[in-house]
Ligand binder design. Structure first.
Ligand code: MLT
Length: 411
């Protein structure tokens, strides 16, 4: 018989959001009349902005005619989208990024999952704890994690950077040599952020210690406070140490449409086995062109439309809508005396579970007694035990209803 990749057997349970969906389906089966509100997976609920829809319709019409038809496009993305990204997300903010440093893809989940492939098998990775599970699981699949320790609920070769209320959810610098550091800001799941000064400490650390920061910035559009960096490249020297991941999913309602991009600056270098310097962007380009055939033309036209004046206005409205929801959840839970974090620069609200309940017990209570699906903090790592995440991506009506139901619970 053919042998499997043994690393897959080191993975723990099922992927967090699949497990939640499974429990929700079981509950629905047993309680067919329950009016379930989902504030679990961070999936958007509003329709696509008009500007996006109009651009996509027009693109479909183009594809219908031989004269304007497009087949395979450039794997890295069409120039019209690359130009728009560089212009609006970087140059307009005084950041120097060139179009050949941007790689359009079908999602940040795929990119943050795939990026580890271009680094050495024995690279040591550091992750925040709690953490978006994709960073950890993809390194487990690649054989970098070592064994899982069920007592610590952690992998032995991964460096976990604890983020909890005691450090205001801001990780300390690693206490041993690491090669790749995954940072996510605004943070999923805690909704917390770093200031420019705090992020600078990470960039300086990476420069001094020869490591690379993998900066997941999927929630950048939700930042409302001034001193919160919108891109890691706002920090001097970051071009030499960081890869940045951005997504249209939450910003423009693209969770189902699928479009994102990754920035790999040409100044970012790593070394080969003989110690020679390699331009990381060349490797990512090689991987991308080999394993990916580009995002559809229609989708890229839709993505580019968010940079038009009306697109920008509609995106702002969309983000404001979700952030108003975040405020409703945050204020509602705070008024119950709960300890609540996030929800100011991110669409996630992170709360300390009441009555000392563990994360999954609170999940069951919320589902059973209020018919609300959330995400257990421990699903993001051991430091998330005793915490719980709610998303602001529901409809206004459901968000208000959910808060009202939680208010009625005996907590
Ligand atoms: C989340 O709920 O953490 C995200 O929606 C998951 C994702 O973006 O893949």
């Amino acid at each position: 018989m053919t042998q499997i990749n043994q690393n897959f057997l080191e993975l723990q349970g099922s992927y967090l959001f699949s497990e939640i969906a499974k429990r929700r389906t079981k509950f629905m089966h047993e309680n067919p009349d329950a009016d379930i509100i989902s504030l679990g997976i961070g999936d958007v609920t509003r329709g696509l902005p008009d500007a996006v829809m109009t651009a996509m319709h027009a693109a479909v019409d183009e594809l219908a005619q031989p004269r304007t038809f497009r087949g395979y496009g450039p794997e890295q993305g069409y120039d019209f989208l690359l130009q728009a990204i560089v212009e609006h997300d970087y140059k307009a903010r005084g950041i120097d990024i060139a179009t050949n440093e941007v790689f359009v893809s079908d999602g940040s989940k795929c990119d943050v999952g795939n990026i580890q492939e271009i680094f050495s098998q024995d690279a040591v990775i550091a992750v925040q704890d709690p953490v978006y599970p994709v960073y950890v699981d993809t390194n487990v699949m690649a054989g970098r994690s070592g064994k899982f320790n069920s007592e610590t609920n952690q992998y032995e070769n991964i460096v976990y950077l604890r983020c909890d209320a005691s450090n205001d959810f801001k990780p300390s610098l690693p206490d041993r040599k690491v090669d790749l550091i995954y940072l996510c800001y605004p943070n999923n799941p805690t909704g917390m952020t770093l200031t420019k000064g705090e992020l600078k400490a990470w960039v300086d650390y990476a420069k001094e210690n020869g490591c690379i920061i993998l900066f997941d910035s999927a929630y950048e559009a939700f930042i409302t406070e001034a001193d919160v960096p919108r891109s890691i490249y706002e920090i001097e020297g970051a071009h030499e140490v960081a890869i940045e991941f951005r997504s249209f999913s939450k910003t423009a309602g693209f969770t189902g449409v699928r479009c994102a991009y990754t920035v790999v600056p040409r100044a970012l270098k790593a070394k080969d086995a003989s110690g020679n310097e390699v331009t990381v962007a060349d490797l990512w380009n090689r991987r991308h062109t080999t394993k990916f055939n580009g995002v559809s033309y229609v989708t890229q036209r839709g993505a580019a439309a968010i940079y038009s004046p009306e697109g920008k206005r509609q995106i702002t409205e969309l983000v404001d809508y979700y952030m108003t929801n975040a405020g409703i959840i945050r204020d509602g839970l705070k008024s119950l005396g709960l300890q609540v974090y996030g929800g100011v620069n991110a669409p996630y609200i992170w709360l300390k579970t009441p009555s000392g309940l563990d994360s999954w017990s609170f999940f069951d209570k919320l589902l059973g007694e209020a018919n609300i699906v959330g995400t257990p903090g421990v699903g993001f790592g051991q430091a998330g035990q005793g915490y719980f995440r709610l998303t602001a991506f529901g409809s206004r009506e459901n968000t208000e209803k959910a808060v009202e139901r939680i208010t009625k619970l005996s907590l």
